[in-house]
Design a protein around this ligand. Structure first.
Ligand SMILES: NC(=O)c1ccc[n+]([C@@H]2O[C@H](COP(=O)([O-])OP(=O)(O)OC[C@H]3O[C@@H](n4cnc5c(N)ncnc54)[C@H](O)[C@@H]3O)[C@@H](O)[C@H]2O)c1
Length: 417
């Protein structure tokens, strides 16, 4: 094999993909604009939390199968995995994709393959990537093979899911799709479905939208159950006993770089037709305010101190992008609550405290923002002694009510009586 691959963007998606391909025998050059990423990579280190990734990266860097550079270089295959955030108007910000594609143009030669992995609005491959690559004067689909291959991995299980998940490859033509599928077959054990680029782009957006809409329904049910004094968790558990019902968990909102972002790409493309999608986004975005309302029912602010346990958007990861708990903290601070934050996964967030006991000292209320597994092992008896009050608000249904009440906490689970 010994083909050379250039992966542009070495974040949560690009770096594991680069390492996996390097481990399969490809010579991989990873490109990033962030010096810290490159400095660490070339020492065989990573700056993100992802199980087993550090070992894999170390191995392929030592074996000289993966190196980090700050600009692209000649290669046989180019993979683009840069961010695709939304701007303040909830529209796709495609600048990273445009810059990354422009950065490879002078290195792309006849016979090369270019793959976009970034989750993107429908039409990106044909309307953004293709016109930029046409600057090479090579014929797209004949001289250069181009396609879109979205990523579906779950942070925290990325290396496992990279191998096991099924994938969809959209080619700009059939030949491109087949060539791209062949590359992924080097490490993917799941099935690889080939289609056109727009279908693949739409499929990725639909997957995340499905989950966002499902969670929005559960969040709306939580509010309704609160209103009529029913435990939403019981209702969801029993409803899910129906063989064709599968409600996801309600919570303090939806975060991350995917679910909180991607449905907006569909709204942007068809604003008058995407009513449910838009309303779901608004519903999920309303949850931090609703959490604030739950806090106010427990304690009225007289400059009270609240400790937040966990600020990431999901458990056991270090990613705080679009985290609803960050939004809740903002609202609480605006309402003059004193906030202390403990999250063993997050290193660089303003005010984060790495000593739990110091963090809870004098607190009136403990909010479980995220259900990190390590929070189950906390000595809550000790925590209670350090606190001023004895309240816990669990936004994730993650702790044992009876145990906590036994030691003297007043435990409140969102959406329960
Ligand atoms: N994180 C996930 O769980 C996940 C899952 C599926 C799909 N995706 C999608 O994958 C894409 C990448 O997401 P991510 O989470 O890896 O993002 P990330 O922010 O973790 O990483 C992106 C990297 O790209 C680098 N970068 C930006 N512009 C660059 C350029 N012009 N040249 C070289 N490097 C550049 C950044 O410095 C950063 O290190 C997004 O479209 C995202 O929606 C992410």
């Amino acid at each position: 094999m010994n083909k050379k691959i250039c992966v542009v963007g070495l974040g949560y998606i690009g770096l594991p993909t680069a390492a996996m391909l390097a481990n399969c025998g490809y010579d991989v050059v990873g490109v990033d604009t962030n010096k810290e990423v490159l400095d660490n990579l070339n020492k065989g280190k990573i700056i993100i939390e992802e199980p087993y990734l550090d070992d894999l990266v170390k191995k392929v860097v030592i074996n000289k199968k993966l190196i980090g550079l700050n600009t692209p270089c000649e290669a046989d295959i180019f993979i683009i995995a840069v961010p695709t955030p939304i701007n303040e108007n909830k529209r796709a910000d495609m600048r990273y994709v445009i810059n990354a594609t422009n950065s490879i143009v002078s290195y792309v030669k006849k016979g090369d393959i270019v793959i976009l992995e970034s989750t993107s609005p429908v039409g990106t491959t044909t309307e953004i990537i293709k016109p930029i690559l046409e600057k090479t004067d090579l014929e797209i689909g004949k001289d250069i093979y181009v396609g879109y291959c979205p990523e579906r991995v779950l942070p925290g299980k990325i290396l496992k899911e990279l191998v096991e998940n099924h994938r969809v490859v959209g080619g700009i033509n059939e030949e491109s799709a087949i060539k791209i599928a062949k590359i992924y077959k080097s490490f993917v054990k799941g099935h690889i479905y080939t289609t056109d680029t727009k279908t693949a782009e739409m499929t990725k957006l639909v997957e995340n939208t499905f989950r966002d809409v499902n969670i929005a329904l559960s969040n709306e049910l939580l509010k309704i159950c609160d209103n009529i004094n029913i435990n939403v968790w019981d209702v969801i558990e029993y409803s899910n006993k129906h063989p064709r019902v599968n409600l996801l968990n309600p919570g303090p909102g939806v975060g991350g770089h995917c679910l909180a972002v991607d449905p907006w790409f569909l709204v942007e493309s068809s604003p008058n037709l995407s009513n449910i999608i838009k309303l779901s986004r608004i519903t999920n975005d309303s949850m931090p305010s609703y959490m604030f309302y739950s806090v106010e029912k427990l304690i009225k602010n007289t400059n009270k101190k609240i400790t937040i346990l966990g600020i990431t958007y999901k458990p056991d990861v270090d990613d705080i992008r679009e985290s609803p708990i960050i939004e809740l903290i903002k609202i609480l601070k605006e309402n003059n609550y004193e906030i202390s934050i403990y999250d063993p996964y997050v290193k660089n967030y303003p005010g984060i405290e790495n000593n739990l006991m110091k963090c809870v000292q004098g607190s009136e209320l403990l909010i479980i923002g995220v259900n990190h597994n390590v929070f189950k092992d906390i000595n809550y008896e000790k925590v209670l002694k350090a606190m001023e009050g004895n309240l816990i608000l669990d936004t994730r249904n993650s702790l044992d009510k009876e145990e906590l009440e036994k030691i003297g906490f007043v435990y409140k689970l969102i959406g329960s009586k």
